[in-house]
Design a protein around this ligand. Structure first.
Ligand code: PEP
Ligand code: MN
Length: 342
């Protein structure tokens, strides 16, 4: 249920409505919109009788919410959410690009990647320090040292940092180093981790599980938002299908579906989505054309020597070409590329 408030409601009247929600054993969530404020209700098992609220002073109307995900749904919040990642707005009119290696490997590697992607117009630097690898024998990341190197690259280039948090144990340390916390595909339904990032007030990039439906992605986002952290960005990164020629099948259907059903920003990762260097560029263009609010791209100064995901990583000249092309596509649909202030 969504309680829409009168535009001229007093703070005391709003507090009384929220108190009534709590009295009934539910949780109120204030939702600020451009033209109106509303209170979303969670914690109810079935439909709520609107008679509980309809006559309270300051209530304009009571609307039932039919989606199983509530706080992340467009039904509850009509206006797009713009997530502020340390000053970079994601989910507004401008297209935001995040780029960097799959994993931080060395100081020289991350600094040269950071300088290169900044020069081409990226706003965020990506790079895993704690890597959840499919094989225990594969490179697991530089861990704490990797986080230090990301911070160094941020100081030198001004890029904001997105890096993956693999578990609740390392969350405090990763949250300290990151401007945007990435939850990987393998952890999309790690509910303890979702709850733990939900208790922080730091933006989260939530990647779609490789065998998860769009609805399951939205329910995972609901775990985070229902704990009070409203700064969630959804990420389509490809799903498993019967196709074997590509690493995954980039489900660009998800972009208009997520935008229709949720107010949260949507970012696309064509690198993991297709897994083939030469094919990342066309799929990045397609993602922007489909309405993505941002892209996350794997870029390595020497992709053939990368310790992870080299086959899908672009070198710096190819990334520069990608930026020129996606900027042109974005412009064609009325969306400028966001650029860091000089
Ligand atoms: C990554 O971004 O390097 C990564 C591991 O992605 P995903 O969780 O989508 O597989
Ligand atoms: Mn990767």
């Amino acid at each position: 249920m969504l309680i829409v408030l009168h535009p001229d409601i007093s703070p005391a009247q709003q507090a009384a409505i929220e108190a009534r929600v709590r009295e009934l054993g539910f949780t109120p969530h204030a939702i600020e919109g451009a033209g109106r404020t509303a209170i979303g209700i969670t914690g109810n098992k079935g439909p709520i009788d609107p008679g509980h609220f309809r006559l309270l002073p300051g209530v304009a109307e009571c609307i039932p919410v039919t989606a199983p995900y509530k706080l992340v749904s467009r039904e509850v919040k009509h206006d797009d959410t713009v997530v502020d990642v340390a000053g970079v707005p994601i989910g507004g009119r401008e297209l935001v690009v995040m780029a960097g290696p799959c994993a931080v490997e060395s100081e020289q590697q991350i600094l040269s990647a950071a300088r290169g992607v900044a020069l081409s117009g990226a706003s965020l630097l990506r790079g895993g320090a704690y890597k959840p690898r499919t094989s225990p024998y594969d490179f697991q990341g530089l861990k704490g040292k990797g986080l230090e190197l990301l911070s160094k690259a941020r100081t030198e280039t001004g890029l904001k940092v997105v890096t993956e948090v693999k578990d609740t144990e390392t969350l405090p340390e990763v949250a300290e180093a990151a401007d945007l916390l990435q939850i990987g595909a393998r952890n999309m339904q790690n509910f303890s981790l979702l709850e733990a990032v939900g208790d922080l007030r730091k933006p989260v990039l939530l990647k779609r599980g490789m065998s998860s439906t769009i609805k399951e992605l939205l329910m995972a986002a609901e775990y985070i938002v229902s704990r009070g952290n409203k700064q969630v960005i959804l990420c389509e990164r490809g799903i498993r299908t019967f196709e074997t020629m590509t690493r995954n099948t980039l489900d660009l259907n998800a972009v208009p579906m997520l935008k229709a059903h949720s107010h949260l920003p949507v970012v696309v990762d064509p690198s993991h989505g297709i897994g083939i260097r030469s094919a990342v560029l066309p799929m990045a263009r397609a993602a922007v054309a489909a309405g993505a609010d941002g892209l996350i791209i794997e870029v390595h100064p020497d992709p053939d020597r990368a310790l992870s995901d080299g086959m899908q990583s672009l070198d710096l000249p190819l990334f520069a070409q990608l930026m020129r092309e996606v900027e042109a596509v974005a412009r064609a649909i009325g969306r400028p590329l966001y650029r860091m202030p000089a």
